[in-house]
Design a protein around this ligand. Sequence first.
Ligand code: AHR
Length: 548
Amino acid sequence: MERRDFLRMAAATAALVAAPRTSRAATARVDVLINEPMGPITADFYGHFVEHLGGVVYDGVWVGENSKIPNTNGIRQALIDAMRKLPKGAIRWPGGCFADSYDWRDGTGPRDARPRRTNFWAGNMRNQPPSPSKYDPNHFGSVDFARFCRLVGSEPYFAANLRSLPARDFYQWVEYCNSPAGTTALADLRGRDGEKDPLKVRYWGVGNESWGCGGDFTAEEYAVEFRRFTSWVPGFDTRLSYIASGPSSGELEWTRGFFSKLTEKGAGMLSRVYGLALHHYTENLSFGDPSKSGWDVRKGSAIEFSPTEWYEILKEADRMDALINTHWTVMGEFDRQHRVKLIVDEWGTWYKAGTEIHPNHLLGQQNTMRDALVAGLTLDTFHRHADKVAMANIAQLVNCLQSPFLADGDKFVTTPTYHVFDLYGAHVGGQAVRTLFSAPTIGYERPNGKGSLWGLNGSASVKDKTVTLTVTNPHVTEPQEVEIAVRGAASGPVKGAQISAPDIHAHNTFAQPGVVGIKDATVAAVQNGVLVHRFPPASVTRLQFALT
Ligand code: AHR
């Protein structure tokens, strides 16, 4: 957008809210409309994903009870401690594609007697020597995962195998997890595995990416399987919430085909679905060139990128907004009351190999300020759609794709993405409220023309007497001076915190763990109901307004 367009838009917004202007230098404006609630922001917006893939489980989460690495019940202590500082969102396990090759029984019984199995991902690790990532020893099973969730205060979300096990194994897994102590043979088995009392697993994914690695089903075929898998499952004291395998990014036909076939048996079938899983990875750097559109070809480096690649990745991440809207619209064709919500249970950046911190960490990658911006703008997107999204799970927790943590042996570090989750946690428990952003659009060069991205975006929520506003400024070099008005209440003092760095490639390493983190931001006083704040380039900021 040119400056004149910005001025026209700013004038329109100003007319809408009739707020006084206080800064001559301001180039943008934010209006938080606290009387326009949009939906609750729960901890589940901040969920995670743990798959038996590369270094996620073996090395990342599970070090083993006899390890010299500090642990509780075999689970890495540093991870537990860091997770406890984050929102307690549900954690999805054991996959991903792995889920549809996993037999939960393999992860039961005496640990040393458990079968070693070829991991789903072993074929991608042909050149690596044998390791638990390739040949899974099953030392980490359902009970261990549930304990991990309990240790960090999160709900477990299990993904069931629909491709290679019958429905019977699914409901028996539920029985193993949830049947009361002493009532069934499977409850006894769970007791011998260390957990006498039910694990109370509420969230159950019925397959994963059933259009691909989860069985190559059509949407219609999958809907039939979903109905069959969910038509009888023993009920215990935990109400089950089934999550249906959903589309990849913009595949609206999957969503339409699934709901159309599901509801052939009547609209009552909708009550079987708690949420539809949507997966969207930020990875496409083909710039629209068909010769570079292949899955492996179109990816860029996690740490070496140009400003153009910075903007393009942010723009790819920003597709989440339209994806939520379009799938929601299709869901509404069948579910007029919108009882079924979206579960974005795989999201994040996916770069080419080369920055993994250990050769066994398949799909491992470093995490820079660019990932911090992706995390910020994506979490803001979920908040703005708090009426549609019930859960989201970043992929993946540790050593894989956009991880908040990296770990190798006794080494452990938090990434810029972790700090965004920490910064944004203040929204949890609040009510998302409509917030208007107007700022000059950023134009950038692409190999084949021009690209553009909004100049400022974010979200706001109200909790008790505090408004939390989070904002990303994606400009690689320019700060943004912004007038901010909280409409509908008088605002007292404002506190600020931000994540920024002089270099957009900045990242944390084991040797230098504190390069990117949260810093206090200097905030001026509110004057005539307006705060003027300068957002640094390439930054993620949280402002908290105390309401008087
Ligand atoms: O997160 C990595 C993989 O990406 C998951 O296993 C799969 O569901 C998706 O394609």
